[in-house]
Design a protein around this ligand. Structure first.
Ligand code: NAP
Length: 283
C-alpha cells in the first residue's frame, strides 16, 4: 500500500521493534484528532542507529519515537537541542526536526504523571518510593519532583547506581535536596503513599526484594511493566498491603500522547486509546 503524499511520516525506531504498539497508539490518536499521518516500525541495525535516523528525516520523516536500546544514542544525536527533561533523563524517546536541527525530548515522565493522575493518585504531596535506577527511573525523577511530591526515595538493587542517580539529579536541581534520598533495597521501608517499580524484574518471575511495611493505608503500587495479568511486583504489593495496584500500559499510552502533542500541537485523549489497546492486547 502506498502512502498519500499529503500524509506526514512518523515512526518508532528500535531493535527489536516488531512488538511495538506505538503504531496502534499513534494511529488511534490520529483518528481521534482528525490528523492524516503514517506511522512505521523501523528496525534500526544495532550498529546503525544514527544512519537510520538520518535516512528517516532525509526522506521527509516528521517525527521519530525511539525505544530500546537506542534512547541514549538519540540523546547524543540531539545533544544541541534537548529539553530539560531529556537532559535530566540522559535519554531521548522523541525526535523531530525544527529549522533544520534535530530536537529531542523524553516524555516517559509525563506519561507516568498522566497515568498517576488518571488513577486518582497524583503525586502532589505524596511520599513516593521509586524502585530502580536505570533509564526508566532517571526519566521520571524530575517530573515527580516538579509535580510536587512531598518526598522521593530512589532505591536500587545496586545501591551505588541509586547514589549516582541522586548525585546527577542534585547536580541539575540542587533545590530538590530536602525531598530526595537514595539507597539500596534495604532502605525501602516506608510507609509510602506510592511505590513505583521502575526495574525490569517483572520481566522475569521475581519481584524486587522489597521489605514488608512499604505501604501506607490507601497506597498505590505501580509497575512500569505491563502484562495481561498482575505482574510479580503487583502480586507482592497486594500481599504486602498495597490498597491498589496498576501496570504501566497507561504510562505507555501517556508517553505517546506527550510525543503526539509535541509533534502535532494537539493533546489527544489517553483513556479511550488505553482501553482499545488493552482490549486488542489481552482479549
Ligand atoms: P534498565 O536501564 O536496564 O534498568 C533496569 C533496572 O532494573 C535497574 O535498576 C536494575 O537494577 C533493576 N533490576 C533488574 N532486575 C532486577 C531484579 N531482579 N531485582 C531488582 N532490580 C532489578 O531498564 P529501564 O530502561 O530502566 O526499564 C525498566 C523497566 O521499565 C523495563 O521493564 C521497561 O520495559 C519498563 N518501562 C516501561 C515504560 C512504559 O511506558 N510503561 C517506559 C519505560 C520503561 P541494577 O542496577 O541493580 O542492575
Amino acid at each position: 500500500m502506498t502512502t498519500p503524499l499529503s500524509f506526514k511520516r512518523f515512526g518508532v525506531a528500535g531493535n527489536p521493534i516488531a512488538h511495538s504498539r506505538s503504531p496502534f497508539i499513534h494511529e488511534a490518536f490520529a483518528r481521534q484528532t482528525g490528523i492524516a499521518l503514517h506511522y512505521d516500525r523501523i528496525l534500526a541495525p544495532l550498529d546503525g542507529f544514527a544512519d537510520a535516523v538520518q535516512a528517516f528525516f532525509q526522506q521527509g520523516g516528521a517525527g521519530l519515537n525511539v525505544t530500546v536500546p537506542f534512547k541514549e544514542q538519540a540523546f547524543a544525536l540531539a545533544r544541541d537541542h534537548l529539553s530539560a527533561r531529556a537532559r535530566m533523563a540522559g535519554a531521548v524517546n522523541t525526535l523531530w526536526m525544527e529549522n533544520g536541527h534535530l530536537h529531542g525530548c523524553n516524555t516517559d515522565g509525563l506519561g507516568l504523571l498522566n497515568d498517576l493522575e488518571r488513577l486518582g493518585h497524583g503525586p502532589a504531596g505524596k511520599r513516593i518510593l521509586l524502585v530502580g535506577a536505570g533509564g526508566a527511573a532517571r526519566g521520571v525523577v524530575l517530573p515527580l519532583l516538579d509535580a510536587g511530591c512531598a518526598t522521593l526515595r530512589v532505591v536500587n538493587r545496586t545501591a551505588e547506581r541509586a547514589a549516582q542517580l541522586l548525585a546527577h539529579v542534585l547536580g541539575q536541581a540542587p533545590a530538590a535536596a530536602p525531598r530526595l534520598s537514595a539507597g539500596g533495597l534495604d532502605q525501602a521501608a516506608g510507609p509510602w503513599d506510592i511505590v513505583i517499580n521502575a526495574t525490569s524484574s517483572s520481566l522475569g518471575d521475581t519481584p524486587p526484594g522489597l521489605p514488608a511495611g512499604c505501604y501506607a493505608p490507601g497506597a498505590l503500587a505501580y509497575d512500569m511493566v505491563y502484562a495481561a495479568q498482575a505482574t510479580p511486583f503487583m502480586l507482592q504489593a497486594r500481599a504486602q498491603g498495597a490498597a491498589r495496584t496498576a501496570d504501566g500500559l497507561g504510562m505507555l499510552v501517556g508517553q505517546a500522547a506527550a510525543s503526539y502533542a509535541i509533534w502535532h500541537g494537539v493533546q489527544p485523549q489517553v483513556e479511550p486509546v488505553l482501553e482499545a489497546l488493552r482490549q486488542a492486547l489481552y482479549t
